[in-house]
Write a protein that binds this ligand. Structure first.
Ligand SMILES: N[C@@H](CCC(=O)N[C@@H](CS)C(=O)NCC(=O)O)C(=O)O
Length: 201
């Protein structure tokens, strides 16, 4: 059995869970919640960075981060299942990089609220991160919002980034990105694991 250390709200953990489902591997993975803030959690032995997701293999080795894990799962499933071949692979990887970057920037804004008291919030830093989210969404609205053909890792990552904005930012992106709203609805209809991994605020 593989063990996935994650938490329900993690957009990167969600990416792994959805990939596992699409690859038919969910039954082989036990999910064990991790607390990234707790020094007693053995997550920090499994991943020195103390980040989730981490995947513990049967030989005890741990894989991280989500990009490595997802590639490993694709390998287990025979390879090339959620990664297009040839040049298209790099466009899919770029889409994942953009989507993960949106999630990273959103997460850093959430951490600003979690790790600093309100009087110490640095608006310049928060705005800097918000700008990344805004520009990433604008690019995705313009270029990545055609309903997907064969689903690949870029689509999974984008859905998870949007899902995280729904969870932590009350879905405010929806008002200004109608094509992405339709794109996500199409993804959700095609990928039951998306609804199954949804958490409410
Ligand atoms: N690039 C990493 C990002 C992982 C990440 O930022 N995870 C967050 C939770 S969603 C985390 O573990 N944060 C705790 C920390 O940074 O200490 C990946 O794709 O796995």
């Amino acid at each position: 059995m593989l063990v996935l250390r994650s938490s329900p709200a993690s957009p990167f953990g969600r990416k792994v869970k959805i990939a596992a489902s699409l690859l038919g591997l969910s039954e082989r993975i036990q999910i064990v919640d991790a607390d990234t803030l707790n020094p007693e959690d053995n997550l920090r032995q499994q991943n020195p960075l103390g980040k989730i997701p981490a995947l513990i293999l049967e030989n005890g080795e741990a894989l991280y981060d989500s990009r490595v894990i997802v590639e490993y799962l694709d390998f287990l499933a025979g390879g090339g299942r959620i990664y297009p071949a040839g040049e298209a692979r790099f466009m899919a990887l770029r889409e994942m990089a953009l989507a993960d970057g949106i999630a990273d920037a959103a997460l850093l804004q959430v951490y600003e609220g979690r790790f600093r008291s309100a009087d110490k919030h640095e608006p310049k830093w928060v705005d800097h991160q918000a700008g990344k989210v805004e520009r990433g969404l604008a690019y995705a609205e313009a270029h990545l919002s055609t309903p997907a053909g064969t689903l690949h890792i870029g689509h999974i990552a984008l859905a998870c980034a949007l899902g995280y904005l729904d969870l932590r930012f009350a879905g405010s992106w929806r008002e200004t990105h109608p094509k992405l709203v339709a794109w996500l609805a199409d993804f959700e209809a095609r990928v039951p694991a998306f609804a199954k991994t949804k958490v409410t605020p």
